[in-house]
Design a protein. Sequence first.
Length: 177
Amino acid sequence: MMRLSWVLGGAWLISSALACHAKPHAAEGTAPPVETASAAPLAPQTAPKSFGAGITPGPQLALADVLKAPDHYRDQAVTVEGQVRRACTRRGCWMELAESADPALAGCRVTFKDYGFFVPTDSAGSRAKVQGTLAVNTVSPERVAHLESEGGQFPNKNPDGSASELHLVATGVELWR
């Protein structure tokens, strides 16, 4: 699943509703193996490497526009492109997408539909094109702490430790360096 998140206070983050070690819902079947071919290290390349379903042709939105007006894109399929600022260092089950590596700029955490694929754990620094659906949710304090333990950041947490967000659930990702 991918989720693009808007955090209270105006900052955007994407976060996962599923942890690296979380088990999928019963309806989703069994958890994928820890090591998969799609989680192999990303070798330097110029051609994109694809993960999940192929990205279908269609209009691409500017990531900055989506981050500025997330309610306009809520529950809609979108295609955006940006810099992978961070990625899960345990299994590659999420990544943070932004316009650049600058930590002061807004970004979003991307997860993968049905926990069905991962990206390489060394994806940070890559460019990415992501196709998925936007949804708004609240990340629990426990999930926030888990994601922070994997390198995620939530600069504008709620007083109870949770974080409000717009989450991008990806069906397909292309990465390149």
